[in-house]
Design a protein around this ligand. Structure first.
Ligand code: IPE
Length: 258
């Protein structure tokens, strides 16, 4: 199995509320189909999740009832986004169904638990891709919490034998500073725990799920012998397809877990 996370930065414009890049997502879905590989897609929330979640402090869990309407709005928005991603997958010829983590699973103090995940396994056995995403999820300790698509990826890795993990972003990989603002930003071909510790402070402003550093840390946790973990730029046509075919592409590869 190959797990592909379509980050919020590649499927939405993260700076503008509810902006979906339909042509971009259609291209990525076609590339997944053309690869012929067994893939499960997870996606981020982008501007369908982070903006309202930040405004109302949803990542800190339940504080007071003024947050509740915002919880419902984010749940609505990320489900609509999921519907659009699933439509693009189906149009590309991939049978897919949205499985909202917040409607099926729970968190314990910020950690998502997929239980025995029979639903997910049975969809996969039928040849249907279950598509989960960053969502607001009920939390036994905090009332609710924000579950990133990265956390979903980590749980899926435990459930399905995973040969490869791909984080699709809107930049070529991990940079020393924000490449959109700093022409001197240096891209790293490889990331390790040590390197991440050194560059983290210089990196982009964190969103509610920890920004690029959070994604990198997730990717490092998923590293295991015999499993490749890459971050690539999904705005470049053909890059995801090449990586899925096992070709050399511009990426940041996570090294760890041996
Ligand atoms: C964020 O999920 C979930 C919400 C804000 C509801 P992700 O952390 O996976 O989203 P992106 O990829 O950063 O947009």
């Amino acid at each position: 199995m190959i797990l592909v996370k379509l980050g919020g930065s590649v499927i939405t414009d993260k700076s503008e509320y509810r902006t979906f890049d339909a042509p971009g997502v259609a291209m990525l879905c076609r590339e997944i189909k053309d690869s012929g590989k067994d893939v499960i897609v997870v996606h981020g929330a982008g501007s369908f999740g982070h903006i309202i979640a930040k405004e109302h402090g949803l990542a800190d869990g339940y504080k007071d009832k003024s947050q509740i309407p915002a919880v419902a709005e984010v749940c609505r928005d990320v489900r609509e986004l999921n519907g659009m991603v699933v439509s693009e997958l189906i149009s590309a010829g991939i049978p897919a169904v949205g499985v909202p983590p917040g409607s099926c699973f729970m968190m314990d103090d910020g950690v998502l638990s997929l239980g025995d995940a029979e639903v997910l396994r049975r969809f996969v056995d039928l040849g249907i891709m279950p598509v989960m995403f960053g969502d607001v999820v009920l939390d036994r300790k905090q009332g609710f919490g924000i579950c990133s698509g990265d956390q979903v990826m980590e749980r899926l890795c435990d459930l399905f034998p995973t040969e490869s993990v791909v984080f699709v972003s809107d930049v070529d990989g991990l940079y020393s500073t924000n490449p959109k603002e700093d022409p001197d930003a240096v891209m790293y071909g490889v990331v390790t725990e040590d390197l991440l510790g050194n560059v983290e402070s210089a990196m982009y402003v964190a969103d509610v799920t920890g920004g690029v550093a959070g994604k990198m840390r997730s990717m490092l946790r998923m590293c295991a012998p015999g499993r490749d973990c890459h971050m690539i730029n999904g705005k470049v046509p053909g890059r995801l397809l090449s990586l899925l075919r096992g070709e050399e592409v511009i990426s940041t590869k996570a090294i760890g877990g041996d």
